[in-house]
Write a protein that binds this ligand. Structure first.
Ligand code: FES
Ligand code: FES
Length: 162
Protein backbone atom coordinates (compact mmCIF):
# COMPACT_ATOMS: atom_id res chain seq x y z
CA UNK A 1 0.00 0.00 0.00
CA UNK A 2 1.42 3.42 -0.91
CA UNK A 3 0.29 7.00 -0.23
CA UNK A 4 -0.10 9.87 -2.72
CA UNK A 5 -1.73 13.27 -2.18
CA UNK A 6 -3.50 12.12 0.99
CA UNK A 7 -4.83 9.08 -0.82
CA UNK A 8 -3.76 5.48 -0.48
CA UNK A 9 -3.22 3.00 -3.28
CA UNK A 10 -4.71 -0.32 -2.20
CA UNK A 11 -4.16 -3.58 -4.09
CA UNK A 12 -6.34 -6.59 -3.42
CA UNK A 13 -8.20 -9.37 -5.21
CA UNK A 14 -11.94 -9.29 -5.84
CA UNK A 15 -13.69 -12.35 -7.25
CA UNK A 16 -10.39 -13.65 -8.61
CA UNK A 17 -9.33 -10.38 -10.26
CA UNK A 18 -6.59 -8.16 -8.86
CA UNK A 19 -7.68 -4.53 -8.46
CA UNK A 20 -5.87 -1.33 -7.52
CA UNK A 21 -7.84 1.51 -5.96
CA UNK A 22 -6.55 5.01 -5.25
CA UNK A 23 -8.80 6.39 -2.53
CA UNK A 24 -9.15 8.47 0.61
CA UNK A 25 -8.09 6.30 3.55
CA UNK A 26 -11.28 6.87 5.54
CA UNK A 27 -13.50 5.00 3.08
CA UNK A 28 -14.77 1.50 3.80
CA UNK A 29 -14.45 -1.67 1.77
CA UNK A 30 -18.22 -1.47 1.26
CA UNK A 31 -18.00 1.98 -0.30
CA UNK A 32 -15.19 0.96 -2.63
CA UNK A 33 -16.93 -2.24 -3.72
CA UNK A 34 -20.15 -0.42 -4.56
CA UNK A 35 -18.99 3.00 -5.74
CA UNK A 36 -15.60 2.32 -7.34
CA UNK A 37 -15.91 -1.27 -8.53
CA UNK A 38 -19.65 -1.30 -9.33
CA UNK A 39 -20.29 -4.41 -7.24
CA UNK A 40 -23.70 -3.33 -6.02
CA UNK A 41 -24.75 -6.86 -5.04
CA UNK A 42 -23.17 -5.97 -1.71
CA UNK A 43 -25.85 -3.92 0.02
CA UNK A 44 -25.62 -0.91 2.32
CA UNK A 45 -27.93 -0.78 5.31
CA UNK A 46 -27.14 0.42 8.81
CA UNK A 47 -23.46 1.23 8.13
CA UNK A 48 -22.91 0.31 11.77
CA UNK A 49 -22.31 -3.46 12.00
CA UNK A 50 -25.89 -4.29 12.97
CA UNK A 51 -27.80 -5.55 9.93
CA UNK A 52 -25.26 -7.71 8.06
CA UNK A 53 -26.40 -6.85 4.52
CA UNK A 54 -22.88 -5.72 3.62
CA UNK A 55 -21.32 -9.13 4.40
CA UNK A 56 -18.62 -10.35 2.01
CA UNK A 57 -15.99 -13.06 2.37
CA UNK A 58 -12.48 -11.78 3.08
CA UNK A 59 -9.77 -14.42 3.24
CA UNK A 60 -12.33 -17.13 4.08
CA UNK A 61 -14.03 -15.12 6.83
CA UNK A 62 -17.47 -13.51 6.63
CA UNK A 63 -16.84 -9.80 7.19
CA UNK A 64 -19.19 -6.82 7.48
CA UNK A 65 -17.63 -4.62 4.84
CA UNK A 66 -19.13 -1.41 6.28
CA UNK A 67 -16.78 -1.86 9.23
CA UNK A 68 -13.59 -2.53 7.32
CA UNK A 69 -11.47 0.45 6.25
CA UNK A 70 -10.23 0.05 2.72
CA UNK A 71 -6.59 0.03 3.86
CA UNK A 72 -7.30 -3.17 5.77
CA UNK A 73 -8.16 -4.84 2.46
CA UNK A 74 -4.57 -4.56 1.20
CA UNK A 75 -3.40 -7.97 -0.03
CA UNK A 76 -6.65 -9.74 0.82
CA UNK A 77 -8.85 -11.98 -1.26
CA UNK A 78 -12.46 -10.75 -1.34
CA UNK A 79 -15.50 -12.62 -2.64
CA UNK A 80 -18.77 -10.82 -3.29
CA UNK A 81 -22.06 -12.29 -4.51
CA UNK A 82 -20.99 -11.47 -8.09
CA UNK A 83 -18.11 -13.94 -7.70
CA UNK A 84 -20.16 -16.93 -6.65
CA UNK A 85 -21.43 -18.09 -10.01
CA UNK A 86 -19.16 -20.76 -11.49
CA UNK A 87 -18.55 -22.24 -14.93
CA UNK A 88 -21.63 -24.41 -14.49
CA UNK A 89 -23.91 -21.53 -13.60
CA UNK A 90 -25.32 -20.40 -10.29
CA UNK A 91 -23.83 -21.70 -7.05
CA UNK A 92 -26.14 -24.36 -5.50
CA UNK A 93 -26.98 -21.91 -2.70
CA UNK A 94 -28.11 -19.29 -5.21
CA UNK A 95 -30.23 -21.82 -7.08
CA UNK A 96 -31.75 -23.15 -3.84
CA UNK A 97 -32.76 -19.64 -2.75
CA UNK A 98 -34.64 -19.29 -6.04
CA UNK A 99 -36.18 -22.76 -5.94
CA UNK A 100 -37.35 -22.45 -2.32
CA UNK A 101 -38.76 -18.90 -2.58
CA UNK A 102 -36.18 -17.67 -0.09
CA UNK A 103 -35.74 -14.39 -1.97
CA UNK A 104 -38.46 -12.12 -0.66
CA UNK A 105 -37.56 -8.44 -1.21
CA UNK A 106 -34.05 -9.72 -1.87
CA UNK A 107 -32.18 -7.00 0.02
CA UNK A 108 -30.62 -9.35 2.56
CA UNK A 109 -30.12 -12.24 0.13
CA UNK A 110 -26.53 -11.72 -1.11
CA UNK A 111 -25.23 -11.47 2.45
CA UNK A 112 -27.32 -14.43 3.63
CA UNK A 113 -25.86 -16.57 0.84
CA UNK A 114 -22.29 -15.45 1.55
CA UNK A 115 -22.67 -16.07 5.29
CA UNK A 116 -24.03 -19.55 4.55
CA UNK A 117 -21.26 -20.26 2.07
CA UNK A 118 -18.56 -19.12 4.48
CA UNK A 119 -20.03 -21.32 7.20
CA UNK A 120 -20.22 -24.22 4.80
CA UNK A 121 -16.46 -24.34 4.46
CA UNK A 122 -16.30 -25.48 8.07
CA UNK A 123 -19.22 -27.87 8.58
CA UNK A 124 -21.98 -29.98 7.07
CA UNK A 125 -24.34 -27.95 9.28
CA UNK A 126 -27.64 -28.82 10.95
CA UNK A 127 -30.51 -26.34 11.33
CA UNK A 128 -29.24 -24.90 14.62
CA UNK A 129 -25.82 -24.35 13.09
CA UNK A 130 -27.34 -22.65 10.06
CA UNK A 131 -29.28 -20.29 12.35
CA UNK A 132 -26.09 -19.59 14.27
CA UNK A 133 -24.21 -18.89 11.01
CA UNK A 134 -26.87 -16.33 10.03
CA UNK A 135 -27.13 -14.67 13.44
CA UNK A 136 -25.51 -11.44 12.19
CA UNK A 137 -27.82 -11.17 9.17
CA UNK A 138 -31.18 -9.47 9.59
CA UNK A 139 -34.02 -10.11 7.14
CA UNK A 140 -36.44 -7.21 7.20
CA UNK A 141 -39.09 -9.43 5.62
CA UNK A 142 -38.66 -11.73 8.67
CA UNK A 143 -39.02 -14.82 6.51
CA UNK A 144 -36.20 -16.93 7.90
CA UNK A 145 -38.09 -20.20 7.41
CA UNK A 146 -37.66 -20.21 3.61
CA UNK A 147 -34.06 -19.10 3.93
CA UNK A 148 -33.23 -22.00 6.27
CA UNK A 149 -35.06 -24.44 3.99
CA UNK A 150 -33.09 -23.23 0.97
CA UNK A 151 -29.76 -23.64 2.76
CA UNK A 152 -30.73 -27.12 3.94
CA UNK A 153 -31.71 -28.09 0.40
CA UNK A 154 -28.41 -26.83 -1.03
CA UNK A 155 -26.56 -28.66 1.75
CA UNK A 156 -28.34 -31.90 0.88
CA UNK A 157 -27.61 -31.48 -2.80
CA UNK A 158 -23.93 -30.81 -2.21
CA UNK A 159 -23.64 -33.72 0.23
CA UNK A 160 -25.24 -35.99 -2.36
CA UNK A 161 -22.65 -34.92 -4.92
CA UNK A 162 -19.71 -35.37 -2.52
FE1 FES B 1 -22.90 -3.25 7.37
FE2 FES B 1 -25.43 -3.00 8.22
S1 FES B 1 -24.47 -2.10 6.45
S2 FES B 1 -23.84 -4.28 9.03
FE1 FES C 1 -36.31 -8.82 2.36
FE2 FES C 1 -34.61 -10.37 3.58
S1 FES C 1 -35.76 -10.84 1.80
S2 FES C 1 -34.82 -8.26 3.79
Amino acid sequence: MSMMDNKILVTFTVNGRQVEVLTAPNRTLLEVLREDLGLIGTKQGCDDSNCGVCTVIVDKKAVKSCCMLIGQAEGTNVTTIEGLEGENGLHPLQQAFIDHFAIQCGFCTPAMILSAKHFWMKSKCDEDEIREALHGNICRCTGYKKIIEAIEAARDEMNAQA
